[in-house]
Design a protein around this ligand. Structure first.
Ligand code: ATP
Ligand code: MG
Length: 469
């Protein structure tokens, strides 16, 4: 049932509207002849649509519009006016009235405009609900953990998120630094804007400046058109500078200026551009050491380290392991269409006793591997190959046909992971676990190779040759 209010100082007009609107049994009409009583009425009842005359003694239609919108913004206000005052009716629509109707009007016109207003409202309502649903399902990255360390981390995130302060996240590989950065953005006032991650260890030095700041056409060979930089894309949002310790010295200077002044220059342009950005940086390296060796600017460090969030390694919060295991079990059960209900006591014991050098990421990979391998309803120690074995053994067993029935993005990530793991295993094996040599041979930056190794839980020591050659 839609509720409609009609306001007019002429009783005849109210009677006419009453006849027209009551034709529709789904509409409930309230009439008011004295606009002075509006405030009182709005206290008691809310309306979907308000039809109001423009010229009335005591209070005009414009004032009615303002008052109604203030009390309930989603009520649609329709202005009724005589020909002579169309100009003010137009003005009312600019101020938020839904539409206007000129007197004398036809019955169809009234009904049509009222229907339109109700439709508009329904759409608005649906939109709000959809957006809420979307937010619930997509934006909140879940940080699993119930230990004191994790609780205080969540408290810290909540407090810091609402500010625009720069945050430096430190912690070992796989402890969840990127996840925390995303959580900070999702809980911030900028959450409807972009979260732009950039990995300073993977982008070659020669192009990182243009990636970040953009370039103008012709500024270097190959710059065939203007290119927007990530900084511009992150404007009003969050820029996540991952692996910040690997940023080269000349970019460190430019980043410092961006942090201090909010200014930068597009490559090939002399004009100064401005940006309003929330910065979050992360590293698993010891920045103090890098500063001492002259590899990282101290002034930049202080600018980044306004707030420091340190992520505990997994061994520091072993009590979270069972919770994490069940979280990843759910995740991979649904991804691979399996129904593994529990983890054997033996396996849990084994997992609680491990050191987890690759932290949560390694635990996650271990469970994923197990879920792929397991055939029963319980995950057994034997489903998980002995510590540190690369996931490639499991990947080989993986049936391709499953890949093509998975959601596109997951299938693609899976295939890329498999490729990374296979490629790295081979190149590392050819070079007996020597990362520098392997990097040279594959044309990758050493840091990037290290990173890929962490992500695929490969350790160089498993490729060392013990046999004398
Ligand atoms: N508390 C947690 N709850 C649930 N999942 C987590 C948690 N911490 C980490 N993860 C998961 O572990 C994996 C690694 O996390 P993330 O990429 O954030 O680590 P990182 O600290 O950035 O590692 P690196 O230094 O190697 O880049 C991700 O898949 C992430 O979702
Ligand atoms: Mg990371």
């Amino acid at each position: 049932m839609s509720s409609i209010l009609a306001l007019d100082d002429e009783q005849d007009m109210l009677a006419l509207l009453g006849r027209i609107i009551s034709e529709k049994s789904s509409h409930e009409l309230t009439t008011l002849g004295d606009p002075q009583q509006l405030s009182q009425l709005l206290e008691q009842k809310s309306f979907d649509v308000v039809l109001t005359d423009l010229k009335m003694p005591g209070k005009n239609g414009m004032q009615v519009l303002e008052e109604v919108k203030q009390k309930s913004p989603r009520t649609a206000v329709i202005i009724m006016t005589a020909y002579g005052t169309i100009e003010s009716a137009l003005q009312a629509t600019r101020k938020g009235a839904f539409d206007y109707i000129t007197k004398p009007f036809r019955k169809e016109r009234i009904l049509h405009v009222v229907e339109q207003a109700l439709n508009w409202q329904r759409l608005q309502q649906e939109n709000i609900q959809l957006r809420q649903k979307l937010e619930e399902t997509t934006t909140l990255p879940t940080l699993v953990g119930s230990t004191r360390l994790m609780q205080s981390l969540c408290d810290q995130i909540q407090k810091v998120a609402k500010t625009s302060a720069t945050v430096l996240i430190t912690g070992d590989s796989g402890t969840g630094k990127e996840l925390v950065a995303r959580a900070l953005h999702a809980q911030s006032l900028r959450s409807s804007r972009q979260f732009i991650p950039i990995d300073c260890s993977t982008i070659p030095e020669s192009i990182i400046e243009s990636e970040l700041f953009g370039h103008v056409k012709g500024s270097f060979t190959g710059a065939i058109r203007n290119k927007k930089g990530l900084v511009e894309e992150a404007n009003h949002g969050t820029l996540f500078l991952d692996e910040i310790a690997d940023l080269n010295p000349s970019m460190q200077v430019k980043l410092l200026r961006l942090l201090q002044e909010g200014e930068y220059k597009v490559v090939g342009s002399n004009a100064i551009s401005k940006a309003d950005i929330r910065f979050i940086a992360a590293t698993n390296q010891n920045l103090a050491e890098k500063i001492k060796n002259g590899e990282f600017r101290e002034d930049l460090f202080y600018r980044l380290n306004v707030i420091n969030i340190r992520l505990p390694s997994l061994v520091e919060r072993k009590d979270d392991i069972p919770l994490l295991v069940s979280h990843f079990l759910d995740k991979y059960n649904s991804l691979y269409g399996k129904n593994i209900k529990k983890v054997s006591a033996e396996l849990m014991q084994d997992m609680l006793g491990r050191d987890w050098p690759g932290n949560v990421r390694e635990l996650e990979h271990t469970i994923e591997r197990g879920v792929i391998m397991a055939s029963g309803e319980s995950l057994e120690l034997s489903d998980i190959s002995a510590g540190g074995t690369p996931p490639k053994s499991a990947a080989h067993e993986f049936d391709d046909s499953e890949l093509f029935s998975m959601p596109f993005k997951e299938a693609k990530d899976m295939l890329i992971d498999r490729f990374h793991s296979e490629y790295l295993s081979r190149v590392l094996s050819r070079n007996a676990g020597n990362v520098s040599k392997a990097a040279r041979e594959s044309g990758l930056k050493r840091q990037y190779l290290h990173r890929l190794m962490r992500e695929t839980s490969l350790e160089s020591k498993s490729f060392k040759r013990n046999d004398p050659e």
